[in-house]
Structures are given as C-alpha cells and as structure tokens.
Write a protein that binds this ligand. Structure first.
Ligand SMILES: [Zn+2]
Ligand SMILES: [Zn+2]
Length: 168
C-alpha cells in the first residue's frame, strides 16, 4: 500500500512537470521549428528541382513527395535527383557542338548523304554541286552567301553580271 502511494506520488510529480508552462512552451517551440524546417525543405526541393528537372510533372512529384513525407521525402529527392543543373547540361552540349564544328568541318551531301568536307565544291560521290568558288579568291562559298567572307567580294552582284554575260 505504501509502495502504491509512493508510485502515485512519482507519477503525479512527472505529470506536474509536463504541466508546467515551461514544458508546454518548449514543446510548442520544438513543434514550430520542426514545421518550419519541413516547409523550408519543401521549398528548397521546389527550387532545386526547378533547376534540375525540365518536366513540370516531375517537379510536382518531387515537391509533393517532400511535402507528404516530411524530411524523408526530401532525403529521397536528394538521392534520386538528376546530378546536374539544366544550365550545366545545356552549356556542355553547346561546348560539344562547338568542338565538333571545330574538329569536323564535315557534313553530309544533301542528295546522297555521303560524308563531305566543308570546303568541297562538289560531292565526290554523286557530283552534286555543294559550293561555288569565289571568283576573286577561289575559296568555297555557300550558295546562300551574298558576299565572300574571305575577300569581301560581292558574290551576288558578280554572279548576276556573269549571267548577263552569258545571256545578254
Ligand atoms: Zn552526293
Ligand atoms: Zn573571295
């Protein structure tokens, strides 16, 4: 009996400790911090996903996961997210393209799609005319160009004059 009373006393003491305003203030603050951290992580997921993912649906799923599973959802997102920012991917692709252009100078013949160098005047495979040579410096010119980029000769005017000579 005596023991029981002691036990009851201890429980009461513990209860009164958890009843104190200090304790309720601490739990309230802890809860507030945890909720703020959770919402901040959801927001961070949104910002990070927008920089890494192109598809709005996938961004939505990432944010929803982070929201529905506090902390853990964000952790999963961090593990599964694409490793690179979209702008880095784009930059790298542009770099690769530029390097290919520098090394290559190779394209395909529009009629037989054989590999032809940028400075070929005709396709060696099917004889299709690819470029015309500049009348003044002899370099290969794209038929669409108005002026020779190497010697600044006016290609359009020159070819018009040539045609006039042939068909007066
Ligand atoms: Zn060809
Ligand atoms: Zn020229």
């Amino acid at each position: 009996m005596h023991m029981l009373i002691l036990q009851a006393d201890a429980t009461q003491e513990a209860e009164s400790f958890f009843d104190t305003p200090w304790w309720s203030f601490t739990t309230l603050m802890t809860k507030a911090v945890l909720v703020a951290l959770w919402l901040a992580l959801v927001y961070w997921t949104y910002k990070d996903a927008k920089r890494r993912i192109d598809d709005p649906l996938m961004i939505g799923i990432a944010v929803a996961t982070s929201f529905i599973f506090p902390y853990l959802g964000t952790l999963f997102y961090t593990i599964l997210r694409p490793p690179e920012y979209l702008e880095d991917v784009e930059e790298r692709e542009l770099e690769i393209q530029a390097r290919r252009r520098e090394i290559g100078g190779v394209s395909r013949c529009p009629s037989c799609s054989a590999l032809v160098r940028e400075d070929y005047l005709v396709c060696p495979n099917c004889r299709r005319r690819l470029k015309v040579s500049c009348g003044s410096c002899g370099r290969p010119l794209d038929p669409a160009w108005q002026v020779c980029p190497y010697c600044a000769r006016d290609v359009k005017a020159a070819s018009a004059a040539q045609e006039e000579e042939i068909f007066p």
